[in-house]
Write a protein that binds this ligand. Structure first.
Ligand SMILES: Nc1nc2c(ncn2[C@@H]2O[C@H](COP(=O)(O)OP(=O)(O)O)[C@@H](O)[C@H]2O)c(=O)[nH]1
Ligand SMILES: [Mg+2]
Length: 222
């Protein structure tokens, strides 16, 4: 049996249509941990069928799911990826390589839309503005705060992340920058998702994301 070098956490809320493609594209030595947040479309069964470990998280929220996945991971490196087929797990080794080599501590995938429909314009503008603020606050050169990431599991746990909603990716970045981690982003293709968006494609999701991130930024600035 191949040893698991990397656990890949997939927060999942009703992604049954996307999971077969996503899970069949995991590189060898990578194990999928699908964190199901009460899906009603059979996502958990599909995930099991495609060989993933399934974790059930009762508490709703992207951060609750992502963190539950981190707590369940056991491999030296934990990666994160959306379960909506917008990002390709084949790209993960380019993020994981520098972590395994010890040349970087947190690798981020900068989303590069493959077609015009990949990314709602309001989300792109919000991300560009957020990244500009983060460059000013932290001095780290980033242009996107995307969901595809990789870092060492124990290092991630030591950040003691508290957010359990949409601020989780931002809090991870801020705590890591604060701890003087070597943070680097590389380009990753971003395709139109399969199925319906839960966050930036909905008014409610967008408002929650802005509220969560603004609070974290206020706390950091003060
Ligand atoms: N477990 C869990 N996953 C979520 C939740 N909200 C979104 N997701 C998942 O997080 C990922 C990103 O959400 P998505 O709807 O694609 O957001 P978008 O990319 O901003 O449109 C997807 O894999 C979703 O299934 C949630 O509340 N709980
Ligand atoms: Mg998405």
């Amino acid at each position: 049996m191949t040893q698991t070098r990397v656990d890949v956490v997939f927060p999942c809320l009703n992604e049954a249509g996307a999971l077969p493609w996503v899970l069949s594209r995991l590189p060898r030595g990578y194990r999928a941990i699908v964190v199901d947040n009460g899906s009603t479309d059979g996502s958990a069964d599909v995930a099991l069928e495609y060989g993933a470990v399934v974790v059930h998280e009762a508490r709703r929220g992207f951060g609750a799911a992502a963190h539950a996945g981190l707590l369940h991971s056991t491999a030296p490196i934990t990666a994160f990826c959306d379960a909506d087929a917008s990002m390709d797990p084949h790209d993960l080794p380019r993020l994981v390589g520098p972590i395994e080599a010890g040349t970087d501590d947190l690798m981020l995938g900068r989303r590069r839309p493959t077609t015009r429909g990949s990314w709602p314009v309001h989300a792109q503008i919000a991300n560009t503005y957020l990244s500009w603020r983060l460059r000013r606050i932290t001095g780290v050169t980033i242009h996107d705060l995307g969901p595809m990431r990789a870092a060492r599991r124990e290092a991630l746990l030591s950040l003691d992340l508290q957010d359990r909603r949409s601020g989780y990716p931002l809090e991870m970045f801020l705590r890591a920058a604060d701890a003087r981690w070597r943070i680097r982003e590389i380009d990753t293709p971003y395709a139109p998702r399969v199925g319906r968006s839960k966050v930036t494609g909905t008014v409610r999701g967008t408002i929650t994301a802005i509220a969560d991130m603004s609070r974290l930024l206020r706390e950091t600035a003060s």
